[in-house]
Write a protein that binds this ligand. Structure first.
Ligand code: PMP
Length: 365
């Protein structure tokens, strides 16, 4: 067996020890005589798996006790509709901060449910930075302010945690799409009303959606919100109103245990900083490649870069693949290359990429 360095934006590489443990437990989980996929979600074995996963996530992110953790389905794109259906209550307007493709998509979806006010947008500068909070123009009475704190496609990450109290609007809940950087860095959950993300980047298999919601925001759903997507119903039933994505929760639980063994979020954040510094440092020192994002807002997880001579793109992709470095092609809306370096990508993988890039450039000098 030989595994590649996988730079996919998601579904993405998982920690190898997690995959090995899942393989070992595939046919018989802890003597149950069956695998996790075959278990009743209400049986004591799976209940213990789900409870441990939730407790470990709560510990890793220091989720305060007045927040509920929900294991849902539908992915982040479904949440773009589920959020307004749940948080609008009596209000008519929601505010959106647009920093790239994912927040753009979210505000478009929200228009099906409410009026949308664009509180700030980085579109004018080609989504190369995050508008500072002092420039956010909130509407008079928004149900929430939506942010995407790491834009996976553009490679733009908030260099600050949104704190509406600093602009005198602390009463408005902040919603954050954290799909592509959850668990990669410390986060102060108490600054947000709701955080959500699909699992398939930093957590586990596609199909599991994580929602962390402050409990005073439950019970505000619009009347035609599907019951299975009503946060209060999901919370009241311990994420088991409908059958949850059991295998995804199990793998997520193994990833959380792996993260705890690495030393938790603070330790993985230090590694993520080292990885990002290595790759951006190389890009900045090179006259062969470039990254075009404002250095203050560069994502530690998703690193888009361009060859200055774009005619070499196909050769770069073919040769990197032959060297065991895969999924480096940039998103079609951006072009160029993109290396996604989530928690499961070790420093050695980023070093292998930089070594290849240096060699590729040298052979064309
Ligand atoms: N938001 C962000 C930040 C993402 O990276 C993605 C997936 N790439 C999505 C939303 C959409 O997620 P899904 O396809 O799981 O609905």
């Amino acid at each position: 067996m030989s595994r590649v360095w996988n730079f996919s934006a998601g579904p993405a590489a998982l920690p190898e020890p997690v995959l090995r443990q899942a393989a070992e437990e595939m046919l018989d989980w802890h003597g149950a005589g069956m695998g996790v996929m075959e278990m009743s979600h209400r049986g004591k074995e799976f209940m213990s798996i789900a409870e441990a996963a939730e407790a470990d996530l709560r510990e890793l992110l220091a989720v305060p006790s007045n927040y509920r953790i929900l294991f849902m389905q539908g992915g982040a794109i479904a949440e773009n509709a589920i959020i307004p259906m749940n948080l609008l209550g009596e209000k008519r307007v929601a505010d959106y901060v647009v920093t790239g493709s994912w927040s753009q998509k979210a505000q478009k979806e929200a228009r099906r449910y409410c009026e949308v006010n664009i509180a700030a947008s980085a579109e004018a500068n080609g989504f190369r930075s995050v508008p500072p909070m002092a420039e956010w123009k909130l509407s008079a009475d928004p149900a929430y302010v939506f942010t995407c704190t790491n834009e996976t496609i553009g490679g733009v990450e908030y260099p600050f945690e949104p704190d509406l109290a600093t602009i005198g609007r602390g009463e408005v809940p902040v919603v954050a799409d954290v799909s592509s950087h959850i668990l990669s860095r410390k986060v102060d959950i108490s600054r947000y009303g709701l955080l959500f993300g699909g699992a398939q980047k930093n957590i586990g298999p596609a199909g599991l959606t994580i929602v962390i919601v402050r409990d005073d925001l439950l019970g505000r759903s619009v009347p035609d919100c599907p019951t299975a997507f009503d946060y209060k119903t999901v919370a009241d039933n311990g994420s088991m109103y409908n059958t949850p994505p059991t295998y995804g929760i199990y793998i997520a639980g193994l990833v959380f245990q792996w993260l705890k063994r690495q030393g938790g979020v603070a330790a993985i954040e230090a590694q993520n900083i080292a990885k990002a510094e290595l790759l951006y440092g190389y890009l900045d020192g090179s006259d062969f490649y470039e990254n075009r994002i404002d250095p203050a807002c560069r994502s530690r997880m998703n690193v888009p870069f361009f060859l200055k001579d774009e005619a070499l793109n196909d050769a770069f992709l073919a040769e990197s693949k032959a060297a065991g470095l895969v999924q480096l092609k940039g998103h079609k809306s951006v072009g160029g290359m993109r290396a996604s370096i989530y928690n499961a990508m070790p420093l050695a993988g980023v070093q292998a990429l930089v070594d290849f890039m240096r060699d590729f450039a040298a052979r064309r000098a």
